[in-house]
Ligand binder design. Sequence first.
Ligand SMILES: C[S@@+](CC[C@H](N)C(=O)[O-])C[C@H]1O[C@@H](n2cnc3c(N)ncnc32)[C@H](O)[C@@H]1O
Length: 235
Amino acid sequence: MKSWLDFWNTPNAIFASRRHQLAHSAKVLSGVSRFVPTGGNAVVLDWGCGDAVAANELAQSCRTLLLFEPAETTRSRLLANYAGRPKIDILDEAALAAVASASVDLIVVNSVVQYLSRQQFVGALRLFHRLLKGDGKLLLGDIIEPDTPMLGHVTTFLRFAWQNGFFLAGVASLARNATSPYCQLRRSAGYACYRDTEILALLGDNGFVAERLPSNIAVSQLRRSYLARKRDAGA
Ligand SMILES: C[S@@+](CC[C@H](N)C(=O)[O-])C[C@H]1O[C@@H](n2cnc3c(N)ncnc32)[C@H](O)[C@@H]1O
């Protein structure tokens, strides 16, 4: 397995159990929901959405929820689960490229940036800048700082597992993961990690003004979230 996209395109055991997946999705849904413009008229893009198990709930507060997922196998599951839902559109690369400029109110990118090369991230930021309305917002979640101690990730995960009733499955998954393709790839390909100054500068270089949020929108408070607006907002 050479790339992170290969990894996401192959069956994986990234969630310890279904309960873990649901608890993760509920946490991200609650983190994202407060950034969806009120009134039920918003167009929201979830970029790198994975299985998007909370998509029905998120779509309730949107006019349209666009789900973009580059891994073909995941996209087939999205199509099986959501095709035909009136508010949900599942996009591949071509459909994403065809989305009209300045048509999206909120773009959510949660737990994806660590899997992108710098070039991929910059390409994505340019796309987001094109897609967002003048007053649109970009929400980046689960950004990892360099040198975050592994022990912190493990204890955060186990606390979450305990609180959400999948502790034993969580311990088993940690043991399994030590030799998993995920860990091997993490050692060979690595994670893209950003300090505050680096990610704020990169956003700035690509036409955004951004702030770090007081808390991460996802599970681990060792990770960070950022809210960005187009610098030329309203122009
Ligand atoms: C940890 S999952 C996060 C899924 C979802 N956003 C969530 O919060 O549960 C990482 C996701 O990043 C996606 N991904 C990996 N490489 C990508 C790329 N180059 N462009 C867009 N998405 C990518 C994967 O396909 C996968 O769905």
